[in-house]
Design a protein around this ligand. Structure first.
Ligand SMILES: O=P(O)(O)OC[C@H]1O[C@H](OP(=O)(O)OP(=O)(O)O)[C@H](O)[C@@H]1O
Ligand SMILES: NC(=O)CC[C@H](N)C(=O)O
Length: 510
């Protein structure tokens, strides 16, 4: 049924029923005069709404509303959130969008969506709930292409329903556009959804300007309200901010030249430098190897101890241990071997085995990247002592971890974190070492110099850049945070906006 109806509207079609009923996924191609919809669920809507509003079609399940928006009647709600992101010119555009949406999750939890364009095909995945509810590897693989926009929704106008989850995609006779919106429009118009965001699609439809990009410009000039918008056409990404700049939008360029727009500059996770990233990577513009080596040097300077040998907890402690050894002028040796097989020890699995020849009768400094619950350090100290070490001095190349991460690092609950429950001396006794020292947070910040404010230190301070009230601790192990944003996003300079306003209006397009 759907396919035959579709063919009355389009010159050709390919029906591809979604195997994920909870997701709203579409892909459609556009040539000069026709819209091809490849989703049987949304197809009927396309036909029915093309009668309500013949100027454009929305491939979303819709209901018609005239001249009103359903305001969200919850006075407790902030009225300004929603997160938008746009990536132009990166082969991993949709993956980067999803990472950015994770970072912007605090701005909206009602729904999330990404639209990507590839070979003139728009591909869309959206759904209700958190970004992690909507996106996984398989959903991201449905979003090919080097340009994508994304949205997390906190409704301000219109029901909190799938129909209003953005980005919206509209097909016109003259082209197609996807839009993601943060803010509120005060214009009235005829709508297929109950969201105010549809205003801009209506204005594009009624614009008399040519070419298509100028229709978008014209539509934005007629918008009333506060907004940041990202549009995606078959070959362009357009970012728009209202003339007063009420709603935030930052622009950045990745090292590969890709352009990124986002509602906020995400804070950078310091744990990349401490633990996650491989030492040969450059993360957030900084060499991970250099960071870790410096962490070790700082420990040697600020917490020196008489010792005969410096060893590392492999692999993540190795570079810091090299830094410590070099600074202390003490040999670095391989005192612990990481096994490819788990060794049964103390009733639990331990993947390290000691090298007696290195440790026996020695005063040993052991460098590890972090102490979380304290279980690993306890086992390691015991292991080294059982191998004959005279003294064991633990040096930890990060500050004490006192708070859980709500932004994607899989840390245990606060109660399980040993540094949340004990001071350094209590931890020392617990793990059984002769001394214990952590990297001081202040020194870490000093080391980061001008970049220090760009990092999140919530796990060391409990001060979250974004309050985690509505977020649950989550796991992003499947995402490649290493490569998430190693370029730096900067707010769009006022003069850049001003230049663009002179040239046309408050629109940047790439
Ligand atoms: O204080 P704990 O709760 O024991 O955790 C701390 C340990 O966890 C990490 O290693 P992990 O066990 O993940 O192994 P890896 O270094 O091989 O990744 C880290 O390198 C510490 O050694
Ligand atoms: N929080 C927002 O920016 C919301 C955008 C739009 N008004 C909506 O309700 O979907």
């Amino acid at each position: 049924m759907a396919a035959s109806n579709l063919s009355t509207l389009c010159s050709s079609s390919h029906s591809k029923p979604s195997s994920f009923p909870f997701f709203n996924t579409q892909s459609f191609s556009v040539n000069s005069n026709t819209v091809f919809l490849n989703n049987t669920n949304s197809f009927q809507t396309l036909l029915s709404h093309s009668t309500h509003n013949p100027r454009y079609t929305l491939p979303l399940p819709c209901t018609k509303t005239t001249n009103t928006f359903d305001s969200v009647n919850d006075d407790e709600k902030p009225r300004e959130e929603c997160g938008v992101v746009g990536i132009y010119g990166d082969p991993e555009a949709s993956r980067l969008c999803s990472l950015a949406l994770h970072a912007l999750q605090h701005r909206g939890q009602e729904g999330a969506g990404i639209v990507a364009v590839h070979d003139n095909l728009f591909h869309s995945v959206n759904g209700v709930g958190l970004v992690s509810d909507v996106f996984n590897e398989s959903k991201l693989s449905e979003l090919p292409g080097s340009c994508a926009i994304g949205h997390v929704r906190y409704s301000t106008a219109g029901h909190s329903k799938l129909v209003n989850v953005q980005p919206f995609v509209a097909g016109y006779r003259f082209g197609s556009v996807a839009v993601a919106h943060n803010g509120n429009f005060d214009n009235g118009s005829i709508f297929n959804t109950t969201s105010d965001t549809e205003v801009v699609l209506h204005l594009i439809a009624t614009s008399k300007h040519r070419p298509f990009l100028l229709r978008v410009v014209d539509a934005c000039e007629n918008l009333k309200g506060a907004y940041s918008l990202v549009f995606l056409t078959e070959d362009k990404l357009v970012a728009v901010r209202d003339p007063f700049g009420f709603r935030p939008l930052v622009m950045g360029r990745r090292k590969n030249g890709a352009v990124v727009f986002a509602s906020e500059e995400p804070k950078q996770c310091i744990f990349e430098h401490i633990y996650f990233a491989l030492p040969n990577s450059v993360v957030f513009g900084r060499s991970v190897y250099e960071s870790r080596r410096k962490f070790g040097e700082i420990l040697a300077t600020e917490s020196p101890v008489e010792c005969d040998v410096v060893i590392a907890v492999p692999d993540s402690g190795v570079v810091a241990a090299l830094g410590y050894a070099a600074k202390a002028g003490v040999p670095f040796q391989q005192g612990l071997i990481r096994s490819h097989y788990k060794i049964r020890d103390f009733g639990v699995k331990l993947k390290l085995s000691p090298v007696r020849g290195v440790l026996e009768g020695k005063r040993v400094v052991v460098v590890d990247d972090s102490i979380v619950r304290g279980t690993t350090s306890s086992k390691i100290v015991r292991l080294i002592k059982e191998a004959g070490a005279k003294e064991v001095h633990m040096r930890i190349a990060c500050p004490p971890i006192v708070a859980s991460c709500y932004y994607g690092v899989d840390t245990p609950s606060k109660e399980e974190l040993i540094s949340n429950r004990m001071d350094v001396e209590e931890i020392r006794k617990f793990i059984g070492s002769d001394s214990l020292a952590f990297l001081p947070l202040d020194t870490l910040k000093t080391l980061l110099e001008d970049d220090a404010p760009n990092y999140c230190y919530a796990c060391f301070s409990g001060k979250y850049p974004v309050q985690p009230d509505e977020l649950k601790p989550n796991t992003l192990n499947e995402f490649d945070w290493d490569d998430a944003f190693n370029g730096s996003l900067k707010p769009i300079e006022d003069e850049v906006w001003a230049r663009n306003q002179e040239a046309g209006n408050n629109i940047l397009s790439v």
